[in-house]
Write a protein that binds this ligand. Structure first.
Ligand code: NAP
Length: 287
């Protein structure tokens, strides 16, 4: 029987710490959402609801689909200069006509709750970050909670996206308690993908394709982290097929795996932003 790595208890632990911090400090998270991407609306509603539960003021800026890059950047600049705003995120993906890079570049690094600004990603690569992109850091929290140390393991990450695969590669390969793994980063140009993933002790699948990853891609007993979330026929499903999960030694379920950790780690980042703004002595990323 495979072990189910539930994210909810890990998220609850993080949220309890966030609640405690928020009781002592006024925190505000601004969320910019552009257009009508269905999944984004669901993610944003989770973030708003959870923020309210832990005592973080969350403000939604829902802009119409036809909003221009300049208009989004102008709102971000206004929020950068608003002292009450502790941190902000722009919900991705943006409509195709908006420059994602220009928008992410406009966020002040000190208010960048998703840690996607080039300065924050640079600090992450150098091991000097104080907070990290929420989903990859949530995966780190989950592994460590279940005593699955990445140190010395071979981790195959499938998908080199901006939100998950690329920052997770940086984190897990760092010489740190949460890292020291040998990481193989796979993508659509990887030839014979399963030859790599079958060698791995931990396989992370973050490709955005419903139930795509099959049992042939996994060695018996390996750990699978399924990052995908898709709504099909009224149910939520991941990127990994059921047969692959059954062959694994342990796996994250969908729903209830990585998803709750993404929200918890985002809200935790708001505390870290506040802490860093108050003092130069705020600690580096650690676990
Ligand atoms: N659970 C959560 O809380 C949570 C949070 C954030 C994101 N997500 C999900 O995680 C997934 C990844 O998000 P992202 O923004 O990091 O990535 P992304 O920008 O959507 O990129 C997807 C990546 O997967 C790769 N890929 C797609 N099909 C592939 C295949 N058949 N074989 C190998 N590689 C393949 C692509 O390769 P190329 O670069 O070669 O095109 C790309 O690097 C999405 O499904 C997203 O919805 C979940």
């Amino acid at each position: 029987m495979s072990q189910v790595l539930r994210g909810t208890p890990v998220a609850q632990k993080i949220l309890a710490e966030v609640r405690q911090y928020a009781q002592a400090h006024p925190l505000r998270l601004d969320i910019i959402l552009v257009g009508h991407h269905e999944a984004s609306h669901i993610y944003v509603s989770h973030k708003l609801r959870q923020a309210e539960k832990v005592g973080i003021k969350a403000v939604l800026h829902h802009l119409p689909e036809k909003t221009t890059t300049a208009e989004v950047v102008s709102l971000i600049q206004h929020l950068n200069e608003t002292p009450e705003v502790t941190g902000m995120i722009v919900q991705l993906p943006l409509p195709a006509h908006i420059s994602e890079q220009a928008v992410l570049d406009a966020i002040a690094p000190s208010k960048d709750a998703d840690a996607l600004h080039p300065q924050n990603l640079g600090l992450l690569a150098q091991g000097r970050a104080r907070w990290a992109p929420a989903t990859p850091w949530g995966i780190v929290e989950l592994l460590l909670h279940y005593d699955i140390s990445p140190a010395g393991k071979h981790v195959a990450i499938v998908g080199r996206g901006r939100l998950v695969g690329t920052p997770l590669t940086l984190l897990l390969s760092r010489p740190a308690a949460y890292g020291n793994a040998t990481v193989t980063l796979c993508h659509t140009y990887t030839r014979n993908l399963y030859a790599y993933t079958r060698e791995a002790d931990i396989v992370v699948v973050a490709i955005g394709r419903p139930q795509w990853f099959g049992a042939e891609g996994i060695k018996p007993g390996a750990v699978i982290i399924d990052v995908g979330i898709h709504r099909e026929g009224g149910h939520l499903i991941g990127d990994v097929q059921k047969e692959a999960l059954e062959k694994a030694g342990a796996y994250t379920p969908v729903p209830g795996g990585v998803g709750p950790l993404t929200v918890a780690c985002l809200l935790n980042n708001v505390c870290r932003l506040h802490e860093a703004a108050q003092s130069n002595t705020a600690g580096l990323l650690s676990r």
